[in-house]
Design a protein around this ligand. Structure first.
Ligand SMILES: NC(=O)c1ccc[n+]([C@@H]2O[C@H](COP(=O)([O-])OP(=O)(O)OC[C@H]3O[C@@H](n4cnc5c(N)ncnc54)[C@H](OP(=O)(O)O)[C@@H]3O)[C@@H](O)[C@H]2O)c1
Length: 223
């Protein structure tokens, strides 16, 4: 018996990943979490969710949560637009929440079996790749997520030598998150196609890949 867990299953990419996993029939059980069961701004919900996962090998965990905009905040174009409250929200949902997910969910991975924990991150979190500027809170919080992923991968490797903990860039995908920011002339992928790509990348990962950032084609993105 093996279990796959998708956190953020109400999102465009998360829902598509769940559907792909169901179609693949590779897992005996697929567990979905989203709000209110897991609210990344409330650590106790993360702890409670991890506690109800059955005691069977969990060989895949995908964190497909993320935050770019809502009625309160839009990605900042300039330093003039920075606000403490917005920056705190970006860091809470994109970095601190996922770090706490790893705190409670990484211990569920089996110790001597290949298993993968993937955080859906974003290319804009790459410091090396930052050519356009802007989007301070989103960029910086995804850079922090990347660092949390790498740091957790190092710790995980000490007890779980076959486990893989990575960050993945999904590409530009037609979801609520991207809708206001991607002009229709740009190529956007449908979530189900992205889900297939991401699961193909995940299935090719091994322990040498842990602690790295890959795009939807499986190509390494510099930190
Ligand atoms: N779409 C793109 O083009 C693109 C590009 C690069 C990276 N990404 C990354 O891909 C991931 C998935 O994004 P998406 O495009 O699928 O966006 P989406 O459709 O907006 O989904 C976002 C998910 O995050 C969840 N979420 C937000 N705040 C949360 C909180 N406080 N607690 C728990 N869950 C929370 C949402 O839950 P609710 O349904 O409850 O709001 C939803 O399940 C994100 O990490 C995003 O940064 C997307």
């Amino acid at each position: 018996m093996s279990i796959a867990i998708v956190i953020g299953s109400s999102g465009g990419i998360g829902e598509a990943v769940v559907n792909e996993l169901l179609n693949s029939a590779k897992y005996d059980q697929i567990i979905e979490f989203c709000r209110p069961q897991i609210d990344l701004q409330d650590e106790s919900t993360i702890q409670k969710a991890a506690e109800i996962v059955p005691q069977k090998p969990v060989t895949l965990i995908i964190n497909a949560t993320g935050y770019l905009h809502d009625f309160e905040n839009k990605p900042e174009k300039s330093l003039r637009e920075l606000s403490s409250a917005a920056l705190q929200k970006y860091f809470m949902i994109n970095a601190i929440g996922p770090a706490l997910l790893m705190k409670y969910f990484l211990p569920l991975l089996p110790r001597h079996e290949r298993a993968v924990f993937a955080n859906i991150s974003a290319r804009v979190g790459s410091i090396e790749d930052n050519r356009l500027g802007g989007w301070y809170g989103y960029r910086a919080s995804k850079a922090a997520l990347n660092q949390f992923t790498k740091t957790a991968a190092i710790e995980l490797g000490r007890t779980h030598p076959e486990a893989v903990c990575v960050a993945l860039h999904p590409g530009t995908v037609e979801t609520r998150l991207s809708a206001p920011y991607v002009a229709s002339r740009y190529k956007r992928e449908k979530p189900n196609v992205t889900a297939r790509h991401l699961l193909a990348v995940i299935s090719n990962l091994n322990s040498n890949d842990t602690g790295k950032l890959f795009d939807w084609r499986g190509e390494r993105i510099p930190w």
